[in-house]
Design a binder for this molecule. Structure first.
Ligand SMILES: Nc1ncnc2c1ncn2[C@@H]1O[C@H](COP(=O)(O)OP(=O)(O)O)[C@@H](O)[C@H]1O
Ligand SMILES: [Mg+2]
Length: 399
């Protein structure tokens, strides 16, 4: 364990002690004991601030040592210098040393691998969202969420902004920290993703199979800023049930299971479209599977209002290049059909569907026709054709 890890462990312990004392204060009726407990809480808070300051100094030092120019005699490339150059090409000319130190400490291999300015900026932005050393965990605890750590301990496996934890009543949850700072009283935090979730979750019946997300907002004040490397302000996070798996990580499913899941996704998309939104990223990574094998549509990071320009999508699964075009329900139906066809052709979907980086309708139609002829797949193929392709504006003439 290095010094910073040891400090983080200490901070976590003190924060736990503070929580315990807060619990005692809440239930204490004796005046004298209350005075004692409040005093104890103050001492713990002071200790915590002291530890946080110490950690900040260490993080700053770590950052400072990394900016030393490389030793030219070593002949080795300096990936760190290259990363700084890529960042400056991406218009981040004075990166925050604390964020740089966090990248170096938590995922040095990604720093070595980055070879273009877009990826460098993405990594930097992601690192700004790294859960601070226990501080954000503490902020979330105040909201009734107990945070355990990252969903993907190895940063190469998935975004560091996803945390696992539990609600106060013990249900396992995933917390997704969002970008986008809100200004007091004006702009809502969490950007477009939080905005879409707010609309989609409003009066949603439990039976509609969209991942039920709760939006929580928390304030990062001056005390926390230095440690988490984020600007002070109001932040948002999404709190959702922890699923067993995404569809992408499931074993190969039967045609009947894919059909049942597909029907649920139709209900999910109908709900979104009724709210005048388009999901724009229907795919196996964004379909979550629960203990009963039921599918839930999630990840509203690309979701936009119907008719407004598409801001992001997975082009491979779209009928054509749709970025910046007005978002239409047809795109979602097309992408859902593609997702189901991919499920039934896990090894060969790319050759079957993808052309010029997209999945054009004619390839989708051909794949549905082929599926129709396959043993035990006729019902699924008919559903694909009648329910999805028709709504996507194309359909095959099945026998
Ligand atoms: N609630 C959850 N339960 C289980 N795994 C999850 C959950 N949320 C996210 N994941 C995993 O993290 C991945 C990325 O999450 P997602 O919300 O799709 O974020 P992104 O916008 O980065 O794609 C998912 O594909 C899934 O593997
Ligand atoms: Mg996703």
């Amino acid at each position: 364990m290095d010094v910073i890890d040891a400090l983080e462990a200490k901070i976590a312990k003190v924060e736990k002690d503070i929580e315990a004392v807060e619990g005692q204060i809440a239930t204490c009726t004796d005046k004298e004991t209350l005075v004692y407990l409040r005093d104890k809480k103050k001492q713990l808070r002071d200790e915590n601030n002291h530890l946080l300051e110490k950690e900040l100094i260490l993080l700053r030092n770590a950052a400072a040592t990394t900016v030393l120019p490389p030793d030219p005699s070593s002949g080795l490339p300096s990936y760190y210098q290259r990363f700084l150059k890529l960042l400056s090409l991406g218009k981040i000319t004075t990166p925050n040393p604390v964020v740089l130190a966090a990248i170096k400490r938590r995922c040095p291999s990604r720093l070595w691998m980055v070879d273009n300015c877009d990826d460098a900026v993405d990594l930097y932005r992601e690192a700004q969202l790294f859960p601070g050393p226990s501080t954000e965990g503490h902020l979330l605890t105040q909201l009734g969420l107990r945070v355990n750590g990252p969903l993907f301990p190895n940063p190469a496996d998935g975004p560091a902004s996803l945390l696992v934890g539990a609600t106060d009543d013990g249900s396992p949850v995933v917390v997704k920290l969002l970008r986008g700072v809100g200004t007091a009283g004006a702009q809502q935090p969490g950007g477009a993703e939080a905005e879409a979730c707010r609309v989609l979750m409003e009066s949603k019946p439990a039976a509609v199979p969209l991942v039920p997300v709760r939006i929580v907002t928390f304030e990062i004040g001056i005390n926390h800023v230095s440690v988490v490397g984020r600007a002070p302000g109001l932040y948002a996070a999404l709190c959702m049930p922890r699923y067993v798996s995404s569809l992408r990580s499931m074993v190969q499913l039967s045609a009947a299971a894919v059909l049942a899941g597909g029907r649920r996704m139709v209900a999910a998309l109908e709900w979104i479209h009724d709210k005048q939104y388009i999901h724009m990223d229907v795919k196996a990574d964004n379909i979550f599977v629960d203990m009963e094998g039921r599918w839930w549509l999630g990840d509203f990071g690309s979701t936009v209002r119907k008719g407004s320009p598409v801001t992001s999508t997975t082009t491979w699964f779209a009928p054509r290049k749709v970025l910046d075009l007005p978002a239409e329900p047809q795109y979602d139906w097309h992408m859902l059909a593609v997702a189901l066809v991919c499920e039934m052709n896990r090894k060969s979907w790319k050759e079957l569907l993808v052309e010029d980086g997209c999945s054009p309708s004619k390839n989708l139609i051909a794949a549905v026709k082929e599926l129709h002829g396959r043993d035990g797949c006729a019902e699924l193929a008919r559903f694909l054709n009648d329910e999805l392709l028709t709504r996507a504006g194309c359909s095959a003439a099945l026998p």
